[in-house]
Design a protein around this ligand. Sequence first.
Ligand SMILES: Cc1cc2nc3c(=O)[nH]c(=O)nc-3n(C[C@H](O)[C@H](O)[C@H](O)COP(=O)(O)OP(=O)(O)OC[C@H]3O[C@@H](n4cnc5c(N)ncnc54)[C@H](O)[C@@H]3O)c2cc1C
Length: 558
Amino acid sequence: MSSRRAAPSERPRARPKPRGERPRPGGPYDALVIGAGLSGMYQLHRLRELGLHARVLEAGDGVGGTWYWNRYPGARFDSESWTYGYSFSDEILREWEWSEHFAAQPETLRYCNFVADRLDLRRDIEFDSRVAAVTYDEGAGEWEIEIDDGRRARTRFLITAIGPLSAPTMPTIPGVDSFLGESYHTGTWPHHPVRFAGKRVAVIGTGATGVQTITEVAKTVGHLTVFQRTPNWCAPLHNSPIDAATHARIKATYPEIFAICRDSFGCFIHQADPRNALEVSAETREAFFEKLYREPGFGIWMGNFRDILIDREANATITEFMRRKIRARVRDPKIAERLIPTNHGFGTRRVPLESGYYEVFNQDNVRLVDLRETPIERITPGGVRTSDREHACDMIIYATGFDAITGAFDRIRIRGRGGLLLRDKWANGPRTYLGLQIEGFPNLFTLVGPHNAATFCNIPRCIEQNVDWVTALLRHMLDKGHARVEATPEAERAWTEHVHESGRRMLFTQVDSWMTGINSNLPGKQKRSFIVYAGGAPKYRQRCDEVAAGGYTGFTFH
Ligand SMILES: Cc1cc2nc3c(=O)[nH]c(=O)nc-3n(C[C@H](O)[C@H](O)[C@H](O)COP(=O)(O)OP(=O)(O)OC[C@H]3O[C@@H](n4cnc5c(N)ncnc54)[C@H](O)[C@@H]3O)c2cc1C
């Protein structure tokens, strides 16, 4: 943990004023941004530089987005901290020091508040303001914004920064409301401390969040029951503190660090090995996998042989290696088999990074319930009933994830030209131009939206690219005196086809996961769709740059 003092914004705040006393966001603004996570904060900074009258509307009562909401035990980075922070400001890079290679959530939230203070962002952010609807007024050439408490605002440009993982979902299990103990969703974790000592705790869900939560809760819990439907391939995080010499080295080499990120597929510090898994000997392969398994971070996923995420046979080699690792770490062979995924290969779903996850299942006070064998029938006042028995508990933690990437869009009624609802337009999967603009929705930009490289990225690296690109487009419009911009139908069709095409070669698009738009807890999300851009960040950036250099080809201006 950082020894930094709490930023003023982290000290207890006054409660929001009652509705009647609250100022109206009003406007009209030149630009409104929805969301004050890393995307919205940086976009606000750039809009001010353009001299625009801009404001951010944020549902929470603080900045930070993901790091504001996800306060669950064990929440921390999978990205190296020093590759995750903003790169645009030398002052911020110089002044901020990460205490660990993979910072925990409280430190990242402190970082977000530090940036907000440093750039004096808060005076232009309206907190406790959840946007319910946005409607394009063709006559005025403005967006009309409706906040869920009835307040309204108008703006010429509207920029969504609403997050890829910001719409939490609960499981569709009957009886959730009947439970009499404590219950929490990891994505809306309370601000007060939650204690596990002496309690019987149930955790439902074993994705990246579930894995972090389970490992942390297991350290102090009285008894823990883990309800697992789909096991995931987890790899060691190998976190450690950053010492003074390493701090100095990181600060001295930031340009090189960001250059490596810029050139790698997902903007991580790990670059794919140029060799194919099957062109080296079995011994070389094993030694390389072993080396990656011992190294920190996503190297085993992003820095592995170049074909493991594309070629089934290559993928089978790393999958078999990971299978052996689980068997070696879990004492009871039956439990080990339950923890081994059988419906997907390593790396074809989001890889949870762990710090002792498998060893949790060697504890006497931990029980693993395999929901493929004994499904949950209902939540009862006293616990969780599966098909074979009742599991009594004092607390239920839902680590059931998010309606990913399109979920935050679906939760806003977005009406474009002619009253077209975005939800309807995307009913059979998103259609976008560059994952940043949509035909029929003039002057609307979607940071980290579907079809954008940011959704398969060390995200702040892609956020900076998204924001800089949108800012440059706005500057172009101001210079040329344009009032309206919109993608052409042809450009949108071509980009959408390109997104599908580049996805087809990746193994992950053949697997059910949030990266393919599947969420078994949501009725409309049972069919796979191409929601992420899988061509890699460098190719994406190149395409965006070409569009800009060509005078913004694929857009019409008025
Ligand atoms: C637990 C967790 C760990 C993660 N770890 C990593 C990691 O290690 N590396 C990595 O690259 N990425 C990670 N991510 C992804 C992370 O979401 C991004 O890194 C990044 O924080 C996204 O920033 P953002 O500003 O685009 O979205 P967010 O941080 O999600 O911010 C969106 C904001 O929009 C607000 N909002 C949404 N809808 C509305 C509305 N209708 N009205 C008003 N406000 C609204 C939300 O309240 C939120 O504050 C993680 C995500 C999670 C959930």
